[in-house]
Design a protein around this ligand. Structure first.
Ligand code: PLP
Length: 741
């Protein structure tokens, strides 16, 4: 345990020659660790910044003492506050403030030792009470220095000390990691039986996230999605999938042998995937078209009239589009008894009113509702170790989720050797979000994101108005009013971020008011070149070029698209971090406007491919790449809109692949063939082609897109696309594994 930090906020200064200052100096000498401030703004700064703060001694005589109390209430529920009332009466303290306060102090009525002891004890109790159930027990356990005879065989790290290589590893991480890597311990409970502190922790997380049951998953949301899908559908049952579901959702359908039908959204002019429109959810295709390519046995066919058993949808999308979960449940609930929201990117939506109705666990259930599943990569945007994820479940009368049966699937997909530090990180991630602290942390993130979202268009306006340089700059994909609206309103009003059907900035058709919200925390920086409606401008800066430059500047974006790059704001993104990004954008502009040689902008690229790039300038490269990039974007939009025809259930194509009944087919010979593997553009990894689908004719949008992508790779070495499922021959030509007919 760290020493509890205690804040003294008093108008007296540490150096004052007064009786109060003298008494406070004596108190502070008896405290383990303290900060002494003499103004309300300083007190508020400490309250915001010092997460280790464990008690406060606040003088009611401090100017704005009430504001300090309000700040404490927002930041840290339960933080013990002692109010110094010398000279003031209790009746001067408002009632709400009295509720925040745990004790009153008259400085000269008690001894400094007594007062300091009282505060230190309250601080310790507060610290102990803070810890969530599993982490609290883990810290006690691993302090107890037992001898273990079980796995892991490194035995608290001791095995590493027997070898110089191991020693280096041990020293790198330190003893604590190894001491807490226990893998099995009766006292800490069972991850399979959900018992003991592990079970307590899952129940605590369920309370915090609004679930009926929460399951900790240690292999990412990839695993969580597979286990939910595998539990919800069996062989030949129809299921409804958002086409852009993460590949793990599609994999689940291969495991289950289910028969997916797809609903899909449009890509806008930037190539960003939009929400599935409400009309498609209201009337999805309910069974697959007949699968004709191979003779199918009766058991491979969905029973006549069988209706879909499960649907899955991604919310938020990679680009931060969040559905109205209540509306989606109403629409899809008319067709399926089990509904799965893949919330890999949005584990925090429960904790701020800006996201009301935007997460599955917020949906009010009626007896006719589908059962709801939410899978979340806690590690992606909350604070947990990589791969640490959660499944949240709420069961409805219509399709009850029986825990014991669900747990069978859970165990089928999980390891028998859980890493306790990962479990602890899930426990802590949930604990961090509990109560007022969760909202505070998310609000802080939103505030920084909104500041950045305003800084970019404001800088763009200054550039336009300066008149001494070319007037272009980068933009942010958002409602144009964001640039000028008040910060407070932007952070608190969902209406500001909804994709209004009448607005042109987003580029998506067929929406309803309030149906889809752009998460302010996910920021898409747009480049000149195209507009949201697909208009292509005379010149442009491809996202690949900007991304390569940012990477060189050590600003690593989460992904790039044809004319944009995406960055996330999460806890701990500071002004320094986004200021550096803004600076890099400004520098890119300066280099572009100065016609800088490519060797100065992307030296590694030029030295890897000198004959291709050495003579080019930055604008020349952008100019050469603009037309093919715009062309690719429009082909990708067309390919996403016209889904290929399924001719085999995905599992049958997969089985053909496992048995080697597949061959690599080059692009030119693909027309009419059936894919055995998934082909997905990355990022974000949504499939262009699912196993069992036919590639169509030579002029199909998909083949046209793949052919254009192949020639782009040839033409721009160093900027090759990453398309999973595509194999490259030695000359760089594309091929896809197809079923041998
Ligand atoms: C990242 C992601 C996953 C997989 O999550 P991991 O925790 O990385 O395994 C699933 N779904 C979506 C939408 C994702 O973006």
């Amino acid at each position: 345990m760290v020493h509890p930090l205690i804040l003294l906020a008093t108008p007296a200064r540490p150096t004052d020659d007064s009786a109060n200052a003298d008494q406070l100096r004596r108190i502070s000498e008896e405290l383990p660790a303290h900060r002494w401030v003499s103004t309300a703004p300083d007190a508020l700064a400490v309250i915001r910044a010092e997460a280790g703060l464990s008690a406060v001694l606040l003088d009611w005589g401090l100017v704005d003492a009430e504001r300090v109390l309000a700040g404490i209430r927002r930041r840290a529920t339960g933080l013990p506050v002692f109010l110094v009332l010398d000279g003031a009466g209790l009746d001067e303290v408002p009632l709400w403030a009295a509720e925040v306060v745990v004790g009153y102090v008259w400085l000269h009525e008690d001894t400094p030792t007594f007062l300091a002891g009282r505060m230190a004890r309250a601080a310790r109790e507060y610290q102990e009470g803070l810890l969530p159930p599993f982490f609290r027990e883990l810290t006690k356990w691993d302090d107890s220095h037992e001898y273990s005879w079980h796995t892991p065989a490194h035995a608290g790290g001791v095995a590493f000390l027997r070898s110089p290589v191991g020693r280096a590893f041990f020293d790198y991480y330190g003893e604590q990691l190894f001491r807490s890597d226990l893998s099995c311990s009766v006292e800490l409970g069972s991850a399979w039986e959900h018992s003991g502190p592990i079970g307590d922790s899952e129940r605590n997380a369920a309370r915090i996230f609004g679930a009926e049951r929460t399951y900790y998953v240690l292999h990412g949301t990839s695993n969580a999605n597979r286990l939910v899908g595998h539990h919800c559908a069996v062989q030949d049952e129809p299921v409804i999938l958002d086409r852009n579901c993460h590949k793990s959702v599609h994999h689940a359908m291969i495991l289950a042998g289910a028969r997916p039908v797809y609903v899909t959204g449009a890509r806008n002019g930037y190539g960003l995937m939009g929400p599935v429109p409400p009309g498609s959810l209201a009337q999805p295709p309910l069974t697959q078209p007949p699968l004709t390519q191979l003779p199918l046995t009766a058991s491979q066919l969905a029973p006549d009239g069988a209706s879909p058993v499960y649907a899955a949808l991604t919310s938020s999308t990679y680009d931060g589009l969040l559905y109205d979960a209540v509306r989606v449940t109403e629409l899809l609930g008319a067709h399926v008894p089990r509904l799965h929201f893949d919330e890999a990117w949005s584990a925090y939506t429960k904790f701020h009113p800006l996201y009301e109705r935007r997460c599955a666990m917020d949906v009010p259930l009626t007896p006719g509702s589908p059962s709801l599943f939410a899978t979340q990569s806690t590690h992606k945007l909350l604070a947990a170790l990589s791969q640490s994820s959660m499944v949240h479940v709420r069961s409805s009368e219509r399709a009850p989720v029986d825990h014991d049966r669900f747990n069978q699937t859970f165990m089928m997909h999980g390891t028998t050797s859980p890493l306790y530090p990962m479990l602890a990180s899930l426990d802590v991630a949930a604990g961090m979000m509990d109560g007022a602290a969760g909202r505070f942390l998310i609000e802080e993130t939103l505030t920084e994101a909104v500041r950045f979202r305003q800084a970019v268009p404001q800088l763009a306006r200054r550039i336009r108005e300066s008149g001494d340089r070319p007037g272009w700059f980068f933009g942010v994909w958002q409602p144009p009013e964001v640039a000028e609206a008040s910060l407070d309103e932007l952070v608190n009003s969902p209406a500001r971020w909804c994709l209004d059907p009448g607005d042109s900035w987003h580029g998506y058709p067929e929406l309803e008011p309030g149906y889809c919200l752009l998460d302010p925390a996910k920021v898409t920086i747009t480049c000149p070149g195209v507009q949201a409606d697909g208009t292509v401008e005379p010149w442009g800066i491809p996202g690949k070029v900007l991304n390569a430059y940012l990477y060189r500047r050590r600003v690593v974006a989460d992904k790039y698209d044809p004319y944009s790059v995406l960055v996330f704001f999460s806890m701990g993104i500071t002004k320094g971090k986004w200021g550096t990004l803004l600076d890099a954008l400004t520098d890119f502009k300066a280099l572009y406007d100065a016609n800088a040689p490519l060797s100065a902008v992307l030296p590694e690229l030029v030295s890897a491919h000198p004959s291709r790039y050495a003579r080019l300038t930055l604008p020349a490269l952008c100019a050469e790449m603009h037309a093919p990039t715009a062309e690719l974007t429009s082909l990708l939009r067309a390919a996403s809109a016209a889904l290929p025809t399924p001719v085999l259930p995905p599992v049958k194509a997969y089985e053909a692949m496992v048995r080697g009944r597949t061959e690599r087919v080059p692009l030119a010979q693909l027309p009419g063939r059936t894919a055995a593997v998934m082909v997905a553009t990355t990022p974000p990894g949504s499939p262009l082609l699912v196993p069992g689908e036919q590639l169509g004719s030579a002029d199909s949008p998909l083949l046209a897109y793949l052919t254009a992508l192949e020639s782009f790779d040839h033409r721009f070495p160093g900027f090759a696309s990453e398309t999973h499922g595509v194999e490259h021959d030695p000359a760089g030509g594309y091929g896809i594994q197809c079923v041998i007919p």
